[in-house]
Ligand binder design. Structure first.
Ligand code: GLC
Length: 741
């Protein structure tokens, strides 16, 4: 439709129909034969009449061409103006093909890989009828206790967050939203959700505006500049006001300053939660606060449905805002071509051909391998030699639950396991013992009851545990090397999964301790959704391969990497703490007046652990041996319109070929506000042949040196700078230069 036709349509709508467009509910009601039953059930809790249900503008949690068409048909059959529903979903790391969870994808430092994964996911989602994807989550995240670290694509760094946000939004949306394979991106969660106090989900966020602008805002800004069609507000308060009703955030920053013209949707029930927060006195106020702040869609609450009409009757200004919101919603539907084809690109025939096709699965495996991070490889125990006897031990050796907690649409039964792949490679003489469960039943029961499922009692768990360890030891004794696959349960990370203890579970640590006694090399494959506390076991392990939750093709990707068919190239986007007491720990911290220094007492440190992280931001090993030997600046004084070229010589001193992520960091040694000890400013992922030497160049320009000063101006200041180049944020070559403005 032409824009003027959209405007005409808006003028034909009743106030009830307009407000309906601003309401989003779960779409399963339209699939139920007996809608009256549903109305007395889930929607009864939402206090929505049947009439209001058939006015809603969008649904969530419905995907699959057949289901989408059924829901759309049912809805339109009772719609006066035949305005099609929008279908929105959480397709966080892939639809049918589950890709690695976002924290893992971010560790690839490869925008081409992320773009490729996103495009495959978008195509699968598009032909399955999804119009909008609640992705990417670009919340800067520094606290490993927070379960939603697993969703954070940029980790603890704002630059990575910006680059990945832009990459993903463009890959989802392309140039024309109605094209097959394109879906609208709903970027989340505005704002600063990753800064929840103590890493506890949904908790308070309070920070200076300068901190917010310096670290948390850039990824959202990049997403908006990339053309994101939608933003989702976060559950947390930001400086005393819930984000969802925060006029400064939505109106001043997002709309006016950043020029966002798309749709703002609340998170799940977040408008109603402003009452619980103690900001809105009642539901009417919640509706008023949200519409005045600029939220266009109320996700899964009835606040707009039941209170906006009266507010419009009282105040024309509110009706004006309603009209603006509805126009934005109709405009998105029009961009998606839904008025011409309410089914969008939903297509069962295409689904049968395209979903989980072998070519994409092969691509997924290659892309997945870019996300693994080799944290330790003592005496080059990896890659494994085929003639060695390998004992496969651990609850993740034969486990399909490796796709993470947001992969509800992927078919896990299609996931091969490490044991399957080994059997394919080595025949049946594979040595295997489970060794232990992922969690003891008490921990599993906490997860089950949180999900409203019945808990389970296990008889003689301690004896079973002991028997499994004995069996594992017997198996390990027959082998030359132990391959141990351990980690978190996939339901220990994700939403509402904050934890005060981020170590491996006791039963897993016990297995490690028992196996360690055998004095055989132990290779740990680590499955997790957040940085894990490893300091108690790290010294007992000869190698650690961080695989996160690698998705559908993860097992094959892992085994090929273990045998050297692929070479690890991933780098951490989040620091691994020494232990949970160190959280939050991140590389771009301030120096303090008493920075840590060995053997000094009155410095900023802990008495019981080292001050630096166990594994730093940007860290990751390779089978190659990269040596950074020289750094050179073409000059050491820079005027404001000039650049400095940094050249670094890197040699691959190994017989392996592989990729290295060369990272450029800068420190502004002093400023009108203190500046962090390091900030990532650029990186390059370069391929090296065996024994190849490369000279890698970076240009430093003025925008790299800008920051938010105490007057909240985004400026660069004359002064002295250090420049660092390395394969992580700690082991670096350094030099200095001056900026003269
Ligand atoms: C959840 C999450 C959000 C998700 C939404 C819809 O509570 O916070 O990330 O997209 O609800 O499921």
């Amino acid at each position: 439709m032409k824009h003027k036709e959209i405007v005409e349509l808006l003028s034909e709508m009743t106030i009830e129909e307009k407000i309906g467009q601003m309401v989003q509910i779960s779409g399963d009601i339209f699939l139920s034969e007996d809608t009256s039953r549903i109305l007395t059930g889930p929607l009864h809790d939402l206090h929505l009449s049947k009439e209001k249900v058939y006015h809603v503008g969008s649904v969530l949690n419905i995907v699959g061409a057949e289901r989408v068409k059924k829901v759309q048909d049912e809805y339109l059959s009772k719609s006066r103006l035949k305005i099609p529903l929008l279908f929105m979903d959480d397709i966080i790391n892939g639809y049918k093909i589950a890709f690695p969870i976002p924290i893992a994808q971010g560790c690839s430092w490869n925008t081409k890989a992320i773009k490729e994964m996103t495009k495959i996911s978008a195509m699968e989602s598009s032909i399955a009828g999804a119009n909008v994807n609640f992705s990417p989550m670009v919340d800067l995240s520094r606290d490993a206790r927070w379960g939603r670290m697993m969703e954070s694509i940029g980790g603890e760094d704002p630059l990575l967050g910006e680059i990945y946000a832009k990459t993903i939004v463009k890959a989802y949306q392309g140039k024309n939203l109605s094209d097959i394979g394109k879906i609208a991106s709903c970027v989340k969660h505005i704002a600063a959700y990753g800064a929840v106090e103590a890493g506890r989900d949904y908790n308070t966020v309070d920070m200076s505006e300068r901190e917010f602008r310096q670290y948390y805002l850039p990824p959202y800004k990049a997403a908006i500049e990339a053309g994101a069609e939608m933003l989702m507000t976060s559950f947390n308060i930001l400086n005393g006001i819930p984000s969802t009703v925060n006029k400064w955030l939505i109106q001043e920053v997002i709309r006016k300053e950043l020029g966002f013209k798309g749709i703002v949707i609340s998170d799940y029930g977040a408008i109603k939660e402003t009452i619980t927060h103690g900001y809105s006195a009642n539901e009417t106020e919640a509706a008023k606060n949200a519409i005045n702040a600029g939220v266009d869609i109320d996700m899964m609450s009835s606040i707009y449905a039941n209170h906006l009409k009266d507010l419009c009757l009282e105040n024309q200004e509110i009706e004006k805002k309603v009209n603006e919101s509805v126009l934005r919603i109709l405009t998105l539907k029009n961009k998606l071509g839904l008025f011409e084809n309410p089914y969008g690109n939903a297509n069962q025939t295409k689904e049968k051909i395209y979903l989980m096709n072998s070519s994409n699965l092969e691509k997924a495996k290659k892309l997945t391998q870019e996300t693994f991070v080799l944290l330790k490889n003592k005496n080059h125990v990896l890659p494994l030699e085929k003639n060695k006897k390998i004992a496969l031990i651990g609850p993740y050796i034969d486990n399909i639950g490796i796709t993470g907690s947001w992969s509800m649409f992927s078919d896990r039964t299609k996931n091969g396991t490490i044991l399957d792949i080994f059997k394919e490679k080595m025949g049946s003489q594979v040595l295997y013992a489970k060794g232990c469960e992922i969690l003891r039943q008490e921990e599993i029961n906490k997860i089950l009851s949180a999900d409203g499922l019945p808990t389970v009692h296990v008889e003689n768990e301690a004896q079973r545990e002991q028997d499994m360890i004995v069996s594992a030891i017997q198996t390990a004794k027959k082998a030359d090397i132990i391959l141990l696959a351990l980690g978190e349960h996939y339901r220990q990370s994700g939403e509402a999964c904050s934890r005060s203890n981020i170590a491996l579970p006791e039963n897993q640590i016990q297995l490690i301790n028992e196996l360690y006694i055998l004095s055989k090399p132990i290779v740990l494959i680590l499955f997790n959704g957040r940085p894990i506390e490893l300091n108690k076991i790290e010294e007992k392990l000869d190698a650690i391969l961080e695989v996160w939750f690698p998705g559908t093709t993860g097992a094959k990707a892992i085994v090929e990497m273990l045998f050297g068919e692929e070479n690890p190239s991933g780098k951490l986007t989040m620091s691994f703490p020494q232990n949970v007491g160190q959280c939050p720990v991140y590389y771009n911290h301030y120096n303090t007046g008493r920075p840590h220094h060995d053997n000094l007492r009155y410095v900023s440190r802990y008495q019981d652990i080292p001050t630096e992280s166990l594994y730093p931001f940007g860290y990751g090993l390779s089978y190659c041996d990269f040596k950074y030997t020289q750094i050179h600046l073409n000059k050491h004084k820079m005027r404001k319109n000039e650049t400095i070229t940094v050249t670094v010589k890197i040699e691959n001193q190994s017989d392996y070929a592989g990729y290295e992520v060369i990272q450029l960091y800068i420190q502004d040694l002093y400023g009108s506000v203190v500046r962090p000890v390091k900030e990532l400013k650029a990186f390059k992922k370069e391929y090296f042949k065996p024994h190849e030497i490369k000279y890698i160049h970076f240009d430093i320009d003025l925008p790299m040196l800008k920051f938010w000063n105490e007057k909240l101006e985004f400026v660069a200041e004359s002064g002295e700078f250090k420049v660092f180049v390395g394969g992580d944020s700690v082991n670096v070559l350094e030099d200095r230069f001056e900026l003269w403005i």
